[in-house]
Write a protein that binds this ligand. Structure first.
Ligand SMILES: Cc1cc2nc3c(=O)[nH]c(=O)nc-3n(C[C@H](O)[C@H](O)[C@H](O)COP(=O)(O)OP(=O)(O)OC[C@H]3O[C@@H](n4cnc5c(N)ncnc54)[C@H](O)[C@@H]3O)c2cc1C
Length: 396
């Protein structure tokens, strides 16, 4: 049975995340404004903060753990700020998830300690990754792959020490010809021309990559499978499974920001003497103020999104398939965080758009939830295919 009630130990762990997040939040505006600066790996308060802590209670079998706890912690972190962390540990990037899903044991051992970004998107290829035009040509004489192409909007693109890049080894084979390759920063022919400038999550280091006759060893092909399947797209589908856990994580990041907006708006409303009244049923909404009613609807949206996201994590923790659920929670969170943050701004008026406060920033930052890791439209296509048992050819 699914039960998302928190235990006392859960709360202590999540309170710790909240305390860290509160400090991170102090730097949120600074790094939003100074988009070209890199956030230091440790903020000045970090040493004192960690030196004065009580040890966290041990997690027992009855406490929340695994992917569900990870999602709750990610929500708590981005409640503080999406990009700023009190201590920015070099946790894995999207490329590390791909390595874990598709790498050989040798590759995992060799590349596992690197922070790996994932470069799929190109100037002419986004939602449909099968249109990748970056090429990888095998030079049999030297046993090397030669990479040529351009990648854009690569998350952690500057900080990453390596990348998992998608390239085609045979354009005529379509999706079946697309393979992933491991490339280390500093490899000749691999350039990082610029950091992308963005509407939101501006402190995040999103970068463009260029590969010009970039030579990498033959064994850098992720999974080492050079064959091109004829009919099935099984290999491609396998790589896409990387997203089954990263999509709920993206949802959780957006939901953390939406929760920050909700908490801020609740405080502002209460200061103005407007209190949500949860005792009125759907029929009694006319008896409370329009602002409180609107706010309660946004809260309900948040709870629904949070539950679909945690359910997806729970399935992953149980080792059960969650392909459909990962798209459901991503699609739901993507649209609900947009509605929540914009709704909070509309409820509060000028306070909502002031750069003295963070609400407008949460709206800008959370916009990404519905774009990367597959847009909302693409998630809805995946959901529809799953529900109707359609293939990609039936519904695209
Ligand atoms: C901040 C940021 C970080 C990113 N990080 C990464 C990263 O680390 N690695 C990486 O590879 N990429 C990354 N991306 C790229 C991201 O994954 C793409 O932007 C996304 O997949 C959409 O692709 P696109 O921008 O080319 O839009 P397009 O594919 O051109 O889509 C444009 C619009 O058309 C819609 N659309 C497209 N196809 C269909 C369809 N079949 N049916 C209905 N509607 C459709 C889309 O939903 C969208 O609204 C990042 C992007 C951003 C903004």
């Amino acid at each position: 049975m699914i039960d998302f009630r928190l235990t006392e130990t859960d709360r202590v762990h999540l309170d710790r995340t909240r305390a860290e997040a509160l400090i991170s939040r102090r730097y949120a505006r600074q790094f939003d404004e100074a988009e070209s600066e890199m956030i230091p790996d440790t903020l000045p308060e970090a040493d004192d903060f960690y030196a004065n802590l009580d040890p966290l209670p041990a997690v027992g079998a009855e406490d929340t753990q695994g992917p569900v706890m990870m999602l709750l912690q990610v929500m708590g972190q981005s409640w503080g700020d999406y990009s700023v962390r009190l201590r920015r540990s070099l946790q894995g990037g999207l490329g590390n998830a791909a390595l874990a899903a598709a790498g050989t044991e040798e590759q995992k051992a060799k590349w596992g300690d690197l922070l790996l970004s994932m470069a799929i998107t190109e100037p002419g290829c986004g939602s449909d990754p099968s249109r990748v035009t970056t090429t990888a040509v095998l030079d049999e004489a030297t046993n090397e792959w030669v990479l040529n192409g351009e990648k854009i909007f690569v998350t952690t693109g500057l900080r990453a020490t390596g990348v998992v890049i998608w390239a085609t080894i045979d354009k005529s084979a379509g999706r079946a010809g697309i393979k992933s390759f491991l490339v280390e920063k500093g490899t000749p022919g691999f350039e990082v021309p610029h950091k992308e400038k963005k509407l939101g999550i501006r402190a995040d280091d999103t970068a463009a990559y260029v590969f010009s006759d970039c030579r990498i060893p033959r064994e850098n092909l992720l999974g080492l499978d050079e064959s091109i399947p004829k009919a099935s797209s099984g290999g491609f589908r396998g790589v896409m499974k990387t997203f089954n856990m990263t999509r709920p994580l993206t949802a959780a990041m957006g939901l953390g920001m939406a929760e920050a907006a909700i908490d801020f708006t609740r405080d502002e409303l209460e200061a103005a003497g407007i209190r949500p009244d949860y005792s009125v049923g759907p029929g009694g909404m006319g008896r409370i103020s329009a602002a409180a009613e609107r706010f309660m609807r946004l809260e309900a949206l948040f709870e629904a999104s949070k539950l679909t996201t945690l359910q997806c994590g729970w399935l992953a923790g149980q080792g059960k398939p969650n392909n459909m659920e990962s798209s459901v929670c991503k699609a739901h969170a993507g649209s609900s965080v947009r509605e929540i943050t914009q709704g909070c701004i509309e409820i509060l008026g000028s306070v909502g758009v002031s750069r003295e406060l963070l609400l407008e920033k949460w709206m800008r930052d959370s916009r990404i939830t519905d774009i990367y890791e597959g847009t909302g439209e693409i998630q809805r296509l995946i959901i529809a295919r799953g529900l109707l048992d359609y293939t990609r050819a039936d519904l695209k």
